[in-house]
Design a binder for this molecule. Structure first.
Ligand code: MN
Length: 272
């Protein structure tokens, strides 16, 4: 099996090294990760500038590739031909903070794996619930063990087409982790606050600040599992269609409305 290891914290992140080392037992590992921190950078496709790739060495001496693109760019590069061999699985992480509920579209860790789905390659995103601790202070061993178990299950069972996994692990020693739960997305509670400041030239600028998000620890959800001391595995897909709304919206007016579609109306609108 050929595993592509990436992350959103950058090529020097300790969680990337731990994950790359932990994946070596499953086969060939290629590391291709961003050259700086893209946390919160979301699903990105860089189109307006070239992407550069450099060969570097990780802290353990292993060769790796780093790019100035986003995590999702790194995955696209890897799958579109930069890596000579076909990739069988993408693993992304280990992020030093949890990615739960609505975090998934912000998270570079998760959106790297989303990019894999677009290219037909399955993937697993891995995050450690490190809270406010610095990435260098965390012990990634328990998360690597959970990652290994999830990868082994993936190798045995495979995943349905288009499905990827979002894995979150409590920041606890392995013997205190109660197990692994299958979950659905919970509800994050964001506590962002807009900080308005003035620069030295007297112009206003804005900073999205505030406290770390909390969440509703409902049973059966990713947030609930972590709150109970379990690692959480949520199967996700890119189809965001609200199927239940298709039914409730079927009585909306979908026929062309002459008063709104009339040429005169459109001409006025674009006569700027
Ligand atoms: Mn990150």
């Amino acid at each position: 099996m050929h595993i592509l290891v990436t992350n959103d914290d950058g090529i020097t992140a300790p969680g990337l090294l731990a994950l790359a080392q932990g994946m070596a037992r499953f086969g060939e590992v290629s590391v291709l990760a961003p050259d700086h921190d893209w946390s919160g950078g979301g699903h990105v496709k860089t189109l307006r500038r070239p992407l550069r790739v450099r060969r570097v060495r990780l802290a353990d001496g292993a060769y790796a590739l780093t790019s100035d693109g986003a995590p999702s760019d790194c995955v696209a590069l890897g799958l579109m031909g930069l890596l000579p061999r076909k990739v069988d699985l993408i693993v992304s992480g280990i992020n030093p903070a949890a990615n739960l509920g609505h975090d998934v579209t912000y998270s570079g860790t998760v959106t790297a794996v989303m990019e894999g789905i677009i290219w037909g390659t399955p993937g697993i995103a891995l995050s450690l619930d490190g809270g406010d601790l610095d990435a260098s202070e965390l012990d990634y061993t328990p998360a690597v063990a959970v990652a290994a178990q999830v990868v082994e299950s993936f190798m045995r069972h495979g995943l349905p087409k288009g499905v990827f996994l979002n894995v979150n692990v409590p920041n606890e020693p392995l013997h205190r982790i109660r197990g692994i739960c299958q979950t659905r997305q919970g509800l994050r509670v964001y506590r962002d606050r807009l900080d308005r400041r003035t620069d030295p030239r007297g112009r206003d600028y804005y900073w999205i600040a505030g406290d770390r998000p909390t969440g509703i620890p409902k049973e059966g959800t990713d947030i609930g599992a972590l709150a109970e001391g379990y690692a959480s595995v949520t199967p996700l897909k890119l189809d965001l269609t609200a199927y239940e709304a298709l039914d409730t919206m079927k009585d909306w007016e979908w026929e062309p409305q002459p008063a709104l579609w009339a040429n005169g109306h459109r001409d006025t609108a674009i006569a700027y």
